[in-house]
Design a binder for this molecule. Structure first.
Ligand SMILES: Cc1cc2nc3c(=O)[nH]c(=O)nc-3n(C[C@H](O)[C@H](O)[C@H](O)COP(=O)(O)O)c2cc1C
Length: 178
């Protein structure tokens, strides 16, 4: 059972593709989020933009994770950029669950040159644990592979240095039985 969870929302498949690659590289569990809003077509596109600007969220479809969210060593959150912000579906997830996350990393996908990195600070506001890495990717851009690898390098570095804390937790759990 992996201690890394990749959780994402993807309207048109780009974030999904990136998160599938990242989850495979890290042997992480992968979970896709949905809400109950029709976000297809032009009307759906407009709705997404309005939701992002208004910061409005809708209840999510139920989703299953193998562990409790607070039990993951790291949760990697993937979202498209909407109007310079995170998607309202990811915002909905964070509003409800951000306090349960011990450590977080963010993956944003976008279509423009503008990285919109301010959205990561906005996402931080919902997360109680610290952020260990973030990346804003544009599919098909020259820097895509480089920045994706750099993100993975930072995550792996975190996983290596976080071992001590993990052992301590396991030791603490072992001592509970005495
Ligand atoms: C409503 C809406 C607003 C968007 N706003 C931005 C934006 O501000 N900056 C940007 O670079 N891309 C923007 N995009 C493009 C998406 O972020 C980009 O295509 C993303 O990779 C789509 O991911 P997905 O296929 O996983 O849904 C927007 C897309 C939508 C639907």
């Amino acid at each position: 059972m992996s201690k890394i969870l990749c959780v994402y929302y993807s309207r048109s498949g780009k974030t999904k593709a990136v998160m599938e690659e990242i989850a495979q590289e890290l042997e992480a569990e992968l979970v896709e989020l949905h809400d109950r809003v029709d976000r297809t077509g032009v009307r759906g596109w407009l709705r997404c933009g309005l939701d992002a600007v208004r910061r409005s969220t809708q209840p999510l479809e139920p989703f299953h994770t193998q562990r409790a969210l607070s039990d993951y060593q790291l949760v990697i959150l993937g979202t498209p950029v909407w109007a310079g912000r995170c998607s309202s579906v990811m915002r909905g997830f964070l509003k409800k669950n951000g306090r349960k996350l011990r450590k977080a990393a963010y993956v944003a996908t976008r279509s423009t040159e503008e990285k919109s990195e301010q959205m990561f600070d906005q996402m931080d506001q919902y997360v109680s644990g610290s952020r260990i890495a973030e990346v804003s990717l544009r599919m098909g851009s020259v820097g895509y592979a480089f920045w994706r690898e750099e993100f993975l390098r930072r995550v792996r570095e975190f996983l290596e240095t976080d071992v001590e804390e993990d052992v301590t937790r396991e030791e603490r759990d072992a001592f509970r039985n005495f």
